[in-house]
Design a protein around this ligand. Structure first.
Ligand code: NAD
Length: 370
């Protein structure tokens, strides 16, 4: 299989973790006889510095000519005081809008070997397995007006929470479809006791549910959901919610399994040109030190193989290799605990790569005996 992959490393540890994920994709290509072509583009702070725009047209062109996009992370203190149009995060919001990446999928998976790294007790988090489906191109982050203003002579500010019925329907339907292939339960999170937008969200969720009689629908207020994620995360299967609630809840959920450095994400579009990125940011505090955990980005690459290219076996090979390396006790600093073998970013990549290529050695031996 020949595929073109746009790689946008971005800022901070984005460069280190995407480098690692590309090495892993190359190892997969070698093992399974595929050809992946990588084309690099700039986004975020580095793009502002070098081109004056957080998302240059050239980067968008590279993405549009590709079969999938792999992104690192953007941002850093250097650009924190910039005006909105020159902020790294503006590049991120723009690429979501331009590629129409309406759905962000964040699986929360429990690794038994990492139970020590979670702030919660083992009995609360073991076997946790759910996915957060976050609406990504609407709501407060995109609604207009969004500006400082003056009201009755005093300084004021306004942000706008705007959704069209179809946008809600599209994301809720995706959640129901996903639930069908999982444990048939959708938890729709809103704030329907206060927000009109949430009341429409709930209405649409109830309508969509009629087409999926095999899937259970439950509604949960966002404040309760924030609490339930900590109290009893095992109750969730597919959680669907609007943009800002999803942003906050998915970061909260990320620490359940240990570290931000472990969690991948996939952002899906209707055109099939999807974007894959770790959920963490550019971690300026450890950038350039070879400390970053590359596994979230490596697992995002696995999601790319599965969801964009239909390469299920290859995706599983990566996920299995990651699990094996963790089971062997290898840890980057963020997930280390007493007795673990602390290794660098590049060493972690090398371990995962070896596990992937060793699997080939094992399967060849098995083949010889078959
Ligand atoms: P962050 O995710 O960058 O870091 C939070 C903490 O987690 C830090 O202590 C960091 O060292 C650690 N961490 C994160 N990823 C790690 C990894 N892979 N391995 C080991 N440790 C890891 O969040 P922040 O500090 O709030 O933000 C830093 C910058 O990143 C800001 O400019 C922010 O706007 C940006 N950001 C970008 C994205 C994105 O590109 N999608 C997401 C979140 C934050």
């Amino acid at each position: 299989m020949l595929k073109k992959i746009a790689v946008l490393p971005g800022d901070g540890i984005g460069k280190e973790v995407t480098k690692g994920a590309v090495e892993i994709l190359e190892a997969v290509a070698e093992r399974y006889g595929h050809s992946f072509q990588f084309e690099y583009g700039k986004i975020g702070g580095i793009a502002i510095d070098e081109t004056g725009s957080p998302l240059p047209d050239e980067t968008l062109e590279i993405c549009k000519k590709s079969d999938a996009v792999l992104l690192g992370a953007v941002g850093g203190p250097k650009w924190d005081q910039n005006p909105p149009q020159l902020r790294p995060e503006t590049g991120l919001l723009k690429i979501r809008k331009e590629l129409n990446l309406y759905a962000n999928l964040r699986p929360i998976t429990y690794y038994s070997s990492l139970s020590e790294a979670s702030p919660l007790r083992k009995e609360i988090i073991e076997e946790v397995d759910f996915i957060i489906v976050r609406e990504l191109t609407g709501g407060l982050y995109f609604g207009k007006p969004s500006q400082r203003t003056v009201h009755h002579g005093k300084e004021a500010v306004v942000d706008t929470l705007f959704y069209q019925r179809d946008e809600i329907k599209r994301i809720v339907e995706l959640a129901f479809q996903l639930a069908r292939s999982r444990r048939q339960k959708v938890t729709s999170v809103d704030k329907a006791n206060v927000l009109e937008s949430s009341r429409l969200w709930r209405e649409v969720a109830n309508e969509v549910a009629k087409d999926y009689p095999d899937v259970e629908l439950e509604h949960m207020l966002v404040d309760n959901a924030a609490m339930q994620l900590i109290r009893n995360p095992k109750q969730f299967d597919v959680v669907v919610t609007e943009n800002m609630f999803g942003d906050i809840l998915s970061d909260e959920a990320s620490v359940l399994t240990g570290s931000l450095g472990m969690l991948p994400s996939a952002s899906l579009s209707e055109t099939g040109l999807n974007l894959y990125e770790p959920i963490h940011g550019s971690a300026p505090d450890i950038a350039g030190m070879n400390y970053a955990n590359p596994l979230a980005t490596i697992l995002s690459a696995a999601a790319m193989l599965r969801l964009s290219f239909g390469l299920e076996e290859e995706a599983e090979a990566i996920e299995k290799a990651v699990k094996e390396v963790l089971d062997l006790g290898f840890r980057t600093r963020d997930i280390s605990s007493q007795g673990s073998k602390v290794i660098s970013t590049s060493e972690m990549v090398a371990e995962v790569k070896a596990a992937i290529l060793d699997q080939e050695a094992i399967s060849n031996i098995m083949g010889a005996y078959a």
